[in-house]
Design a protein around this ligand. Structure first.
Ligand SMILES: C[S@@+](CC[C@H](N)C(=O)[O-])C[C@H]1O[C@@H](n2cnc3c(N)ncnc32)[C@H](O)[C@@H]1O
Length: 228
């Protein structure tokens, strides 16, 4: 099991309490979708944030995720198909291409694509409109600056460039700020929300030093929304 997959699986049961920003992101993606698609694909669907927010009657929703633990929490019904699969792996797309979709959603997941270029190409081959939200490198900016490390995420410019190769999309860059009571809460949030995606960039001592020097009681997030 790869690092990212392990992290989401470990925190699958606490994810719902810690996904405040992901919830807002999914809400915005769904609210801004005006074409009431009937056949929906949700890539990196997790525990079903998108499925839970869709408020129009639809024919079918396929949710794909590589964490069985997250999929176990996804709403189930005769209209919902949950598929265990990895969007880094061509096999998932070979299976998905046999179906027609009216819209492909992906909320807060594609930042973890190993080769985003390749994954976006494969999504484009499904020939459907998209509603995507991808976390970008100014997420946890203060934290990375304080620790003197660079973000594991791609910049908004790089993601926009990669998207532009395969789609003609409207994009919007949104920053979110989350306030906490204490520094300890900030670090508990980072661990439990799965936002770190299993990438332990710092050792124990470095985290302790960072907690001492962290200058604010807030965390910032940067998300690129893209849709057509
Ligand atoms: C932050 S959660 C977002 C879940 C959901 N879309 C939401 O908005 O709450 C990221 C999800 O992406 C999934 N994920 C990460 N990398 C993946 C990959 N390579 N293939 C499939 N799913 C992946 C994780 O298992 C996790 O469920």
């Amino acid at each position: 099991m790869k690092a990212v997959q392990k992290e989401f699986s470990r925190f699958a049961d606490t994810y719902a309490q810690y996904n405040i920003i992901q919830n807002r992101v999914a809400q915005k993606l769904v609210e801004e979708c005006k074409d009431a698609p009937q056949r929906i694909l949700d890539l990196g669907c997790g525990s079903g944030t998108i499925a839970k927010k869709i408020n129009w009657p639809y024919e079918k929703l396929t949710g794909a995720d590589f964490s069985a633990e997250m999929l176990a929490l996804h709403p189930k019904s005769e209209k919902i198909a949950c598929r265990l699969g990895d969007f880094n792996d061509e096999k998932l797309f070979e299976a998905l291409v046999s179906e027609r979709y009216d819209r492909i959603f992906s909320a807060s997941s594609l930042q973890w694509a190993e080769d985003l270029d390749k994954t976006l190409y494969q999504i484009s081959q499904l020939n459907a409109p998209v509603s995507l939200a991808i976390f970008t490198s100014k997420t946890f900016k203060t934290l990375h600056e304080t620790a003197g490390i660079s973000s594991p995420l791609r910049s908004a410019d790089e993601v926009s460039y990669l998207l532009g190769q395969y789609f003609r999309l409207e994009t919007e860059l949104v920053e979110y700020e989350l306030e906490f009571e204490s520094i300890e809460e900030i670090f508990a949030y980072i661990k439990k929300s799965g936002v770190s995606g299993g990438r332990n960039l710092l050792g124990y001592t470095q985290v302790k030093t960072l907690m001492k020097n962290y200058p604010t009681k807030s965390l910032s997030f940067e998300v690129l929304f893209a849709r057509n």
